[in-house]
Design a protein. Sequence first.
Lengths: 274, 781
Amino acid sequence: MIPASFEYIRVDSTEQVIAGLAEYGDEAKILAGGMSLIPLMKLRLATPTVLLDAGRLDDLSYISDKGDYLALGALTRHRDLETSDLLAKECAVLRGVAAEVGDNQVRHRGTIGGSVAHGDPASDLPAVLVALEAEFVVEGPSGSRTLASANFFKGFLETELSETEMLTEIRVPKTGATNWSYHKFNRRAQDWAIVGALAFRAQDSSRVALVNMGSVPIRATAVEQALASGASHAEAADQAAVGTEAPEDSNASSAYREHLSRVLVKRALDEALV
Amino acid sequence: MTTTTNPPDFSGGPSPRGSILGNAVRRFEDPKILRGEAVYFDDLSPTGLAHLVFVRSTIAHARVTNIDTREAETMPGVVAVYTHENIGLKPNVSFAMLPDGFARPPLANGTVRFVGDMVAAVVAETRAQAVDAAEMVIVDYDPLPVVVDPEAALADGAPILFPDLATNVAIEFNFAEADPELMAEAEVVVSGRFVNQRVAPVPMEPNGIVVEFDKEKNLSLTVPTQAPFGVRDPVAKEFGLDPEKVRVRAPAVGGGFGAKSGCYVEYLVAISAARQLARPIKWTETRSENMLSMYHGRGQIQYVDMGLKRDGTITAVKVHVICEAGAYPSVGAFLPFLTRTMAQGVYEIPKVEFTSVSAATNTTPTAAYRGAGRPEATAFLERIIDMAADELEIDPVEIRRRNFIAPEKFPLTTVTGANYDVGDFNKALTEACRISGYEELRADQRSRRERGDTVELGIGVSTYVEITAGGQFQEFGAVKIQSDGTVEARVGTSSHGQGHATAFAMIVAELLGVAMEDVRVVQSDTALVPRGSGTSGSRSLQIGGSAIYNASVEVLEKAKVLAAHLLEANPDDIVLHDNARVGVSGVPASALSWADLAAAAHDPTRRPAEWTDDEGLMSELDFNQGDATYPFGAHVAVVEVDTETGRVNLLRHIAVDDCGRVLNPLLVSGQQHGGVGQGAAQALYEGVSYDSDGNPLTGNLMDYAIPSAAEFPSFEVSNTETPTPLNPLGAKGIGESGTIGSTPAIQNAVVDALSAMGISHIDMPLLSLRVWQTIQDTRAK
Ligand SMILES: Cc1cc2nc3c(=O)[nH]c(=O)nc-3n(C[C@H](O)[C@H](O)[C@H](O)COP(=O)(O)OP(=O)(O)OC[C@H]3O[C@@H](n4cnc5c(N)ncnc54)[C@H](O)[C@@H]3O)c2cc1C
C-alpha cells in the first residue's frame, strides 16, 4: 500500500525533535527505525503529515555503564543490544530477548525507544523492561522527567508519553549474566509472540513477565508471589493467567492464550530458575 | 541426489562426448536475477506513462447505488476516472464451460460481489496521485446478504450472487447414476469430511501490466504472465483487433504458480483506458491488492467413503466435492474435473463414484494453483487410506503396497479415464522408506509413547500420481543456426522462474555440439514466437523441450546433407565431431563449423540445388505428445507434535519424485524443494479466511502466514527415473509434484502423531490452536 503524503524532516538533535513536536503537535510523528510506524502509514492507519526522522541521532545510540545501572540510548538498534558485550556481562536477559525480535532486517532497523514508545503489548522488549523495573527518561518542552516502567504502559498502543515528548534513554539495573529463559510462542520465526513468557532472577527475586496477554506488557506478579512463598514451579506457573486479559484473534482464543501462558511460564521457570 | 544411477541415455543423442544431459548445470538466469538486473514489467516507464489504480469494493455483496467521482477528478494529476459507464467493456466470460450468466463486468455494473471487486479506476500522472485520488471516489453501497461458505451457498434460501441464474451452482460433474451396490463388496467402509482449504498463490511479484502502443499505434503489452498468447487472444477478441497486431511480452516474471495464467479483467480495464487516452498506462498491484484480486487456489470440501476388505484391499471409493468458485466462477470451478480424473490415484480401485458441485460465493474467484485439482485428489485418497489403515490396524506403508497398481499393468486407462503411461509406485515408496529409515522412526515413536513423552513423533506417508501436460499436448519449437555459428532456439512455453533457458540450451548444446552459452533461447514474446501455450501444468520441458529436441535433430540432419554436399561425401558418412564441426567421420580436420554451414546454407551457389528457399539452417515445428504424462512419487514426513501446546514441528521431509528422465537434476530439485515448501505451507501455515460478512481476515502477509526457510528443515529430495515413452526426452513434469506429495504426507504425520489418543483427522492448516483444540476436545470425550 502507499502512505498518504507527508513532509519529511531529518533532525540532527533532540532539541530539534522537541521543537518540531511543539510546532506540529499531533500532526507530527517521530520516525525511529520505522518498523512499526511505516507499516501503519502504508495501511493508512497512521497519517502523520510531518515525519521527524531521528534515525541519525547517533548520540542517542549507546549502551553505557553508569556504575549502578546501565543507560541505553533510545535510538539503540535491537541488533546492537543483541550483540553487546556489556549486556552479556551486566544484563544478559535484555540481550537475549532482543535477539528474539522479528528477523535480522527488523533488528537492524528497529530501536529500543521505538519499541517502548509504540506500546504494543505483543512486543518483546517492553515486557523485559517492565520485569527489570527499568526507568524511562523523557524530554519535553518543559524539560526532562524520569518515569517508572511499571506505570508507563497505559493500554494498547498507549503510553505515558505525551505528543510533545521524546523518549531519550532507558535505564536498567545490572542483573549480571544470570540465567534467564524466554519462551516466545509464535507461528513463524519472524512473527510477534502469540504468547511470550519470560523468567529470570534479579536482585534476589524471581521475575516473570508475559507478552501479548493483555493490552499492556504484563508482570506476572501472582507467579512471582507464589514463588516467593515457596511454591513449586508447577504451582507457580498455574497462576500465570491470573489477572490477565488475553486477547482473541485468528491465532489464539483467550482460553488458549491462558493455557499457553501456564505451559510456557512453567518451561521458562524450569530453565531459568535452577 | 539421484538415487537410481541410470546413466542419462538420451536415445538419438549423437554425441560420442560425455553427455551434458543429466548434469546439474547451473542456471543462466540467476546472475541477473540475483544482481537485480532482470527487468520486470514494473521496471518499464515509457514516456508519457500514466498510472492506473483501482477503487475496490470494501463490501462483499452490495448494490452500488452511487459512484461519485467528481472530487477525485479534481485531484492533482488526475487524467481520468472510469466506472462501468465509461470504460466501454463488455462483461467478461473467463471460462467457456460456465454459463454466460456468470460473466464479470470489469468495473462493477450496479452490484459488487466480493471484497476487492472493482468499482472504478483512476488514471493519474503519478502512482501516488492515483492512489490519493482513488481514496476520494465516493461509493454508496446498499449491502446485500453475503454467502462465504460454499455449502451454505448451495442451501435453500441462500443469497444468490446472480439472481438471473437463480442458483449459485456454477458447474456440476456427475458422470453416472449412483450405484446402490457401490459398497457391496466392502467389509468395512471408512468415511471422512476433509476441507482442502483455500490458499493464496502469493507470487513474489504481484500482478500488473504496462500498456504501450508501437509506431503503428498497435497495442504492445508487457505482462507478468505464464502464457503470453493466453493474454493476446482474449485482448484481441475483446477489442476487435487482429491478434497479429497485438504484441504481448512477459519479461522476467516473479513466479506465477498457475495464478498468472489467463487474461485478468484488470488488464482489459488498463488497455481500454490507454486506448481512450491514447497514452501508455501502467497498473502495478500492491501486495494487499494482490491478496484480494489474484485468483486463489484449492478450496474444496470433500466427503469421502472408502470401502475395503478386512485385508486392506480397496473395493470402491465414493467422493462428493463441493468446490469454492468465488464471486465470478472461472477455471477454479472446473478443477474438480481434474480431481475426478485422479480419484483412483496409485491404487487398484474397481469402482470410483465421483460427483462435484462448484458454487459461487462472495469471495475472490478461484483458479489453477500449483497442481490445480490433482493435489486435492491425492489429499483425500491419502487421508482416507490412512484412516482405513488405522481402522484395520495395518501399517500405512503396507496398506498402500497391497493396493498399488503393479508396474506391469502400464500403460493403462483408469476407471476415471486417465491414460497412465508408465509407473512403478512401490519403487518410489520403498526408496522413501529406505531414506527415511521408516522402521527406526516407528521404533522411536513407540519408545516416546512408552515413556509418556508429551512431544509425540508422527510419521506420515503419501504416494501420488498426477497429470502433467494435461490438455495441452502440443508446442511450438524452432532452432536456427545464426551466421556467427551461434544458435537461436525459439519456443512457445514461457518460463517465469523455472530455468527453461538453461534447460533448452542444454538440449541444443547436446545435439548440435555448440557451447551452451552460444544458444539463445527466445520465448515469452508473441512478436518473436508465432504460437505457444505458455507454461503451466508442468508441461514445458516435456512438450516445449521435446519440440526443441526434434528441431535440433532436424537441423543436424539438414547440416549433414549440406556438409555432404560441400565435402562431396555421402551423407551417411557425415557426423558431428567433438570439436562441434560437421564433416566426414574420422576426418575432423576438413569438417565445417556451424558458421561455415550457416553461410553456405544462405548461398545459392554453395547449397544443394534443391534448397530453393533461403531459410538457412533452421527447423520450425510443433511437437505433439498426443497425451499427458503421469509422474508419481512417495513422500514421508516426520513431525513432532507438542501435545501441551499443539505446536507442530516439521523435522524431516523426504520426497522421492519420479518425473521420468531427469535432464538437469539441479532444476528438478529446485522444483522439488519449492514445491515441498509450498505444499508444507498449505499443511501447516496457509489458509485464506473470511468472516461471515465476507471481510478477508488474511489480507496481508502478517495475517496470511507464508512460511520462510526458517520454518523448515532442508528437505531430502531425490528421484527415481522411469522414462515415459511419450516423448524423445523421456521426461515428465516436475513443477507440481512437490505440492502434491508433501501436503498429505505432512497432514498424515500430524494425525499419526496423535492417533494413539484416538484422533483420526484434523483439517488444515494445522495451526497450533487447531491441533491443541482437537486434543482438548478428544480428551474431553
Ligand atoms: C516484520 C516485522 C516483524 C517484527 N517482529 C517483532 C517482534 O517479533 N517483536 C517485537 O517486539 N517487535 C517486532 N517488530 C517491531 C519492531 O521491533 C520495531 O522496531 C519496534 O516495534 C518499533 O521500533 P522502531 O524504532 O522501528 O519505531 P518506529 O516504527 O520508528 O516508531 C514507532 C512509534 O514510536 C514512536 N517513537 C519512536 N521512537 C520514539 C522516541 N524515541 N520517542 C518517542 N516516540 C518514539 C514513533 O513516533 C511511532 O509512533 C517487527 C517489525 C516488523 C516490520
